[in-house]
Ligand binder design. Structure first.
Ligand code: NAD
Ligand code: TYD
Length: 358
């Protein structure tokens, strides 16, 4: 038995692979293109571990995916691979359409061909788990109820539109072909190995370097934060017990305005690594807003709690402290991301990038 993970060198996929192999011995085949967001250093503790088979490649490469499915016969595909940064999607939406929409389509077709040819017992237990986002539901007003699974899709950014499209494909492949799919729509994650272009790691890394802390607009946009390892636990739970064809919203019941997040991070750093120049809040700068900036996301996670018994283990207070501690303890990981040296890791570790298998 094995599972195929896509995007397992990214932030959430990397945490998922590490947690999966810490909790059991079922091998992981990890297919990742290693875009700027893929970082094999995150997985360096798995060097030489036969349970982890890393394959550099594109989910759009139908022949490669078909070969991996035939060779490893995974019992499940857990699909994280995506372009994930809203600001990048505003500057250049093309790659988001290619990976998030065409890539998911290509993966679904490969999964369908593989699944259709399985013996009946393996067909019955096979799963395709699609990892998606709450951003597909659009933006909430201040008094609106949090997003339930029945909330209409109203994506507003090229990123969320591409993820919404991929969710619809996954739904259709179940409805039309009977592919046993599961979809999770999760709120904003934070935690170790988060690429410092996203709010929380950017604030930590910039503050420590004495750089400005850019807050978009009035800083009152609200996100619902979940510690990444709680998200990984939710995915394992849905994979094990979720009802096929269903979607599960995953969130931490932690609605916090961006400016409040920045203050929390600054105060934690003031305590854990004070700056000689004074409190880190001195670095906060309000900057031009993101075009089309969604005002508020909030997840109603009662379905996964009720049906599958999942609950987050971390409060925001405990999770953010762990996160800041992790960045303080791992300056090498951050430095290699900032210098770009993490991109040489593949070359150093695996020879020339070439669809190599480790
Ligand atoms: P990430 O950007 O950190 O990682 C994405 C990974 O996918 C990278 O390793 C990248 O190399 C890989 N990848 C990109 N294009 C690929 C392709 N064509 N073929 C193979 N691999 C490719 O993203 P993340 O934050 O870890 O998010 C993972 C998934 O979770 C995404 O689908 C995202 O939409 C979803 N999600 C993210 C959040 C969040 O807060 N980060 C919240 C909810 C859902
Ligand atoms: P981000 O981490 O990019 O996640 P998403 O846009 O997918 O929710 O941003 C989280 C929030 O923080 C979002 O409202 C935009 C805001 N933000 C800033 O204010 N400054 C920044 O430098 C960044 C990257 C984000």
């Amino acid at each position: 038995m094995a599972i195929l993970v896509t995007g397992g060198a990214g932030f959430i996929g990397g945490n998922f692979v590490l947690d999966w192999l810490a909790g059991g011995d079922e091998p992981v085949v990890n297919l990742d293109k290693l875009t700027y967001a893929g970082n094999l250093e995150t997985l360096s503790s798995l060097e030489g571990d036969a349970r982890h088979r890393f394959v550099q490649g594109d989910i759009c490469d139908a022949a490669l995916v078909a070969r991996l499915l035939a060779e490893h016969r995974p019992r499940a595909i857990v699909h994280f691979a995506a372009e994930s940064h809203v600001d990048r999607s505003i500057h250049g939406p093309g790659e988001f359409m290619r990976t998030n929409v065409e890539g998911t389509f290509s993966l679904l077709e490969a999964a369908r061909a593989h699944w259709s040819a399985l013996p009946a017992d393996a067909r019955a237990t096979f799963r395709f788990l699609h990892v998606s986002t709450d951003e597909v539901y659009g933006s909430l007003g201040p008094d609106d109820a949090p997003f339930s699974e029945a909330h209409p899709y109203e994506p507003n950014s090229p990123y969320s539109a591409s993820k919404a499209a991929s969710d619809h494909l996954v739904r259709a492949w179940h409805h039309t072909y009977g592919l046993p799919v599961l979809t999770t729509n999760c709120s904003n994650n934070y935690g170790p190995y988060h690429f410092p272009e996203k709010l929380i790691p950017l604030m930590i890394v910039n503050a420590l370097a004495g750089r400005a802390l850019p807050v978009y607009g009035d800083g009152r946009n609200v996100r619902d934060w979940l510690y990444v390892r709680d998200h990984c636990a939710a995915i394992r739970c849905v994979l094990a017990q979720g009802r096929t064809g269903e979607t599960y919203n995953v969130g931490g019941w932690n609605e916090i305005a961006n400016i409040d997040i920045v203050h929390i991070v600054c105060r934690l750093l003031d305590r854990l690594q004070p700056s000689a120049d004074g409190p880190y809040e001195r670095l906060i700068r309000f900057v031009a807003d993101r075009p089309g900036h969604d005002r508020r996301y909030a997840i109603d996670a009662r379905k996964i709690e009720r049906e599958l018994g999942w609950r987050p283990a971390e409060s925001f207070e405990s999770g953010i402290e762990k996160t800041v501690q992790w960045y303080l303890a791992n300056p090498g990981w951050v430095a290699n991301v900032q210098s770009g040296a993490y991109r040489e890791w593949v070359g150093m570790q695996y020879g020339q990038p070439s669809g190599a298998v480790a």
